[in-house]
Design a protein around this ligand. Structure first.
Ligand code: B12
Ligand code: SF4
Ligand code: SF4
Length: 400
């Protein structure tokens, strides 16, 4: 591969000045942090393949199929000598407080990253813009942009580039910024000075995420068994949701944030500045039954540009059916919920029917065992974590 040189007309006197420029350009493009690293992921490779060996990837077969491409950047993009790792904040502080939604069982909890537009495109477009700025100063610059779009080991790369440490919940966390951010990379051939890795692991004795995870999916420090994770069950898993997990999903219909909500470092989150990540479609606090009544056309229309659209209508209905089956409310509300569910039987596919039947049987058991009418608040658990001691949100979030 060609080597990179400064263009004869560049105002920079030396390539070594480019690193600082890239960081400044990156910030002006909306990235909260930018770091440089090399392509040596050997320290992470064994851990990665142990995870695959345990089948923790579930049905995400592509993870196994890609083999060492994920852990050896040069096999994915020959000629790569360095990697620019970036992060972008996504928490919308104007959206409804996530805790209020999580604790109202008739509301739909949608993970906060999915309230706005799909990040994959936005992140890659910004990385492309960053690359164009570098290309304008140099000759021979070769690159490829990624954000959750190829076999890239994004979190270890971020850790190596100094963007944060790996928490016990396996997320990349920065002590000054928490974990509510996306990651992205430019694989390239730039001879930049690499940044020191983030070496200090910041969890200490805390175990809040492990304790709080509703399905006990964090099976070891920084090890998530996807097959138990609600994010996987609601988004990646195409088939039936195993029955043992359905009651534990509560009202989480797309992804899950519990292991971030209890993380003390998330007190320091900086909310997003991206309009595209703002929740402006009412999905931050919407009733389950309202969503259940959406036709396929409404689903496609209302979720245009949203990552949620990727799961398709049937999977959306499957998730909603489970959440409706978990509603805790007055006898009347439970009865109406049964009617809503049953009115959709035979309309979508067998998978959805099976989840509807499960949900109906859950609600009917609850109706039969109903002892006395309770006031509304009693149905909804108080705003505390289910197991861990506290929730942590930045002050900017409503009523945090
Ligand atoms: C597959 C995947 C999932 C799977 C598996 C999750 C997992 N923990 O591996 C599922 C579907 C469950 C999932 C869920 C979520 N995901 Co996801 N996911 C990915 C994806 C595509 C690959 C991750 C991967 O390779 N996993 C395999 C494991 C083995 O690799 P790893 O976690 O990177 O693990 C390494 C480190 O933990 C490391 N390690 C580093 N230091 C240390 C230190 C110690 C002591 C130890 C023990 C280990 C360790 O060792 C491992 C092996 O090398 C990435 C994008 C990408 N291409 O990287 C997004 C990504 C990780 N996901 C992301 C997000 C936002 C989520 C969710 C929050 C979404 C949601 N709200 O529902 C949840 C969070 C769940 C969780 N606690 O992880 C973001 C994370 C951003 C961040 N700040 O960390 C990413 C980076 C996407 C992006 N571009 O922004 N995800
Ligand atoms: S996203 Fe939810 S289910 Fe998955 S590990 Fe975190 S808390 Fe557990
Ligand atoms: S909740 Fe505690 S243990 Fe989990 S990632 Fe945050 S600091 Fe680490």
């Amino acid at each position: 591969m060609k080597s990179v040189e400064l263009k004869p007309n560049s105002p920079l006197s030396d390539l070594s000045e480019l690193g600082e420029m890239i960081k400044n350009w990156g910030k002006s493009l909306g990235f909260a942090d930018i770091g440089f690293t090399d392509i040596d992921l050997s320290a992470y490779e064994a851990r990665y393949f142990n995870w695959i060996g345990e089948n923790f990837h579930g049905e995400m077969d592509y993870m196994q199929r890609h083999g060492t491409k994920r852990t050896r950047p040069n096999e994915l993009e020959p000629g790569t000598t360095s990697i620019i790792s970036v992060r972008m904040n996504y928490l919308d502080s104007e959206a409804e407080n996530p805790l209020n939604v999580l604790h109202q069982s008739d509301k739909a909890y949608i993970s906060r990253y999915a309230l706005g537009k799909d990040y994959h495109k936005l992140m890659r477009k910004r990385l492309q813009q960053l690359a164009e700025k570098i290309a304008a100063e140099t000759d021979g610059f070769v690159y490829r942009a990624f954000s959750d779009s190829a076999p890239v080991l994004e979190r270890p790369l971020a850790e190596k580039a100094g963007l944060g440490f790996t928490g016990k919940n396996s997320l990349t966390i920065h002590p000054k910024a928490g974990s509510w951010f996306f990651l992205g990379e430019l694989y390239c051939n730039l001879p930049v000075e690499i940044d020191p890795p983030f070496e200090k692991q910041g969890c200490g004795p805390c175990q809040a995420c492990i304790q709080e995870c509703p399905t006990q999916a964090i099976v070891d420090n920084a090890v998530v068994d996807s097959r138990r994770c609600i994010s996987y069950l609601t988004i990646e898993n195409k088939g039936a949701i195993p029955e043992e997990f359905r009651p534990l999903m509560g009202n989480r219909i797309y992804g899950c944030d519990d292991c971030q909500l209890v993380c003390p470092w998330n007190k320091f989150t900086t909310p997003t500045k991206e309009v595209a990540f703002e929740s402006n479609n009412g999905l931050d606090s919407v009733g389950l039954i309202e969503l259940w009544q959406w036709s396929e056309q409404q689903f496609l229309k209302r979720l245009e540009g949203s990552p949620i659209r990727r799961i398709g209508y049937a999977q959306w209905k499957r998730n909603l059916a489970v959440a409706i089956g978990n509603i805790e409310a007055s006898k009347e509300t439970l009865k109406t919920s049964v009617q809503h569910l049953e009115s959709n039987l035979g309309q979508i596919n067998e998978l959805v029917d099976e989840h509807i039947k499960w949900a109906v049987s859950q609600l009917k058991t609850r109706i039969d065992g109903f002892e006395e009418p309770l006031v509304e608040e009693v149905y909804n658990a108080s705003i505390k974590p289910f197991v861990a001691k506290n929730y942590y949100l930045p002050k900017a979030v409503k009523n945090a």
